[in-house]
Design a protein around this ligand. Structure first.
Ligand SMILES: [Zn+2]
Length: 118
């Protein structure tokens, strides 16, 4: 999926889906989607973050917890696999939710240790 340049569907071809603001469901809204890969465009007003932001959080975690290079690599791979950096389809809330889950699991730290750095 990553690597797709995302071609947006025409105005008549939209899918009605829940719309989220600050992680809360705000009812249904028509969403454009990519006709190449099928990814639905994120309409949230909160701009998604770049991968660099999350790598900085991991570096910060590394000052407080013992982190091996291989774990950092695993997190990066997992973020890539889930297209976390795909700004077309992700909003910040979704990104953070995934990042917290991945990082806490791979580093074996409590989720709040990650949350407090976001
Ligand atoms: Zn696409």
């Amino acid at each position: 999926m990553s690597g797709c340049e995302h071609k947006i569907s025409g105005s008549k071809e939209k899918v009605w889906l829940p719309y989220y603001y600050e992680g809360r469901d705000r009812g249904l809204k028509p969403h454009p989607y990519c006709i190449e890969c099928g990814l639905i465009k994120n309409l949230s007003s909160e701009r998604p973050r770049g991968l660099g932001f999350f790598m900085n959080v991991i570096a910060e975690l590394g000052k407080r917890h013992k982190i091996a290079q291989v774990q950092i690599r695993l997190i990066a791979l997992e973020m890539e696999r889930l297209s976390l950096e795909d700004k077309f389809g992700m909003d910040r809330f979704q990104q953070e939710k995934m990042f917290i889950e991945i990082t806490a699991r791979i580093l074996n730290v409590p989720e709040r240790a990650v949350i407090e750095l976001l």
